[in-house]
Design a protein around this ligand. Structure first.
Ligand SMILES: [Zn+2]
Length: 407
């Protein structure tokens, strides 16, 4: 913290002194004691391992139990018989059952995981029925979206059996684009204020070509209800949103470092990049779903009880294939996302040269949390993490200037 006040103190002196001071400070901050990676509590490590286990088992349950049991139990008899009453009606009923069961089958382990989290937080579990109904209400939007998406895909399969996957990924891509462009308008925020810290941040932003109007303060009550900082929107609608409490609860240097990280996402328009990547991914995924499902039906027509993906009974097979592809693709997708986040950290450090600030911030996330683990397991990093681990980010920040000097 002492070094930060030195930076503030010299900010009004002539440029030569500022440059000289910054060089000294930058050297000081590099040689200052590195920030230690905090040690997580035993409870946090136990919870981390347990939540990974729950996640893994729930994926397997959703993957295997559900579609397979539907394939075996449902197709030949009751559902096939109902085909005559209208295939779209049958399809919607089947989709509602499938996506509701998909959530239900994950509830028992999720209950155990929530209980162990509540223990760590010293919070009381909701009564079981109340908890189930709250979980159902939370899952309802996802179920409605899944059923609607499946219905649209099914309609396209029937209208264009050969090219349906191209149309479906086109619709997905279009809807995603609209969502990304419109999202900032759905988040409660206001322009940056006029406090000295906020004015200094605006000036800092102007130097790297980001207009003040693109930086806003997000209404977050309580503080932890939203991210510390993030970029929302795409192209002309993109905004850097800083948590309103960031300026009140933390040193100014933390707001500046958070902004410097987000400025990379803003300048790169990472949401646009994400949209392009997801469009390509959806095209490849749906193509594979089409081909792999057809191959499976050709190989096991008797066992499956249906002969085409245009039949309602094929839905569980399509979901199964899609889930397998999704899980297979998670590791490279997460590695890509972590790479993007590392690039933002590097950009932030290049702008501020305050590597100790980034290391302190990331370190505080673990020390302030009762269940955060700075060095998660490899499984978590590959399947579940969009960001580099806290330990990696602290080490990277500690060594950032040193590496530069060696090169
Ligand atoms: Zn980021």
């Amino acid at each position: 913290m002492r070094l930060i006040s030195v930076v503030r103190g010299v900010s009004l002196r002539p440029r030569a002194i500022i440059v000289a001071a910054l060089i000294v400070i930058s050297a000081l901050s590099v040689s200052a004691d590195p920030i230690a990676i905090p040690t997580p509590t035993e409870q946090a490590v136990q919870y981390h391992n347990f939540s990974n286990l729950v996640w893994g088992i729930n994926q397997i349950l959703a993957l295997l139990l559900l579609p397979l049991s539907m394939l075996v139990l449902g197709t030949r008899t009751r559902i096939a018989a109902k085909l005559r009453s209208g295939k779209y009606f049958t399809f919607v009923i089947l989709a509602i059952i499938l996506f509701t069961l998909n959530r239900l089958v994950q509830l028992p382990l999720d209950r155990l995981r929530t209980s162990s989290l509540n223990q760590i937080r010293n919070e009381i579990d909701l009564p079981i029925l109340q908890w189930i109904s709250s979980q159902f209400m939370q899952a309802l939007p996802a179920i409605v979206v899944s059923v609607s998406a499946a219905l649209l895909a099914y309609w396209l399969i029937n209208r264009s059996p050969v090219k349906w996957w191209i149309w479906a990924s086109g619709v997905f891509s279009g809807l995603l684009l609209v969502f990304l462009v419109v999202e900032p308008f759905t988040i409660s925020h206001k322009p940056l204020g006029q406090s000295p810290a906020e004015v200094r941040l605006s000036e800092f932003a102007a130097k790297i070509g980001i207009p003040t109007t693109a930086i806003v303060s997000e209404d977050c009550e309580p503080f932890s209800s939203c991210e510390i900082a993030h970029v929302s929107g795409l192209g002309p609608t993109r905004l850097i949103l800083l948590n309103k409490g960031l300026f009140d609860a933390y040193p100014e240097s933390w707001a500046r470092q958070s902004f410097a990280h987000e400025s990379k996402h803003y300048l790169n328009d990472d949401n646009l990049v994400g949209w392009i990547v997801l469009t390509v991914i959806s095209l490849v995924f749906l193509f594979l779903v089409d081909r792999l499902s057809r191959v499976t039906i050709r190989r096991f027509p008797e066992r499956l009880g249906f002969t085409s993906i245009a039949q309602p009974a094929a839905l569980p097979l399509l979901v199964l294939v899609l889930n397998v592809i999704y899980l297979t693709a998670l590791p490279p997708i997460n590695i890509f996302r972590q790479h993007v986040e590392f690039a933002a950290d590097r950009h932030g450090l290049e702008l501020t040269s305050q590597n100790h600030v980034l290391a302190e911030m990331v370190s505080s996330w673990t020390t302030e949390s009762k269940y955060r683990v700075p060095g998660p397991s490899r499984f978590f990093m590959i399947f579940r993490s969009s960001h580099p681990s806290d330990a990696e980010r602290i080490t990277y920040a500690n060594e950032f200037g040193l590496k530069d000097k060696k090169e």
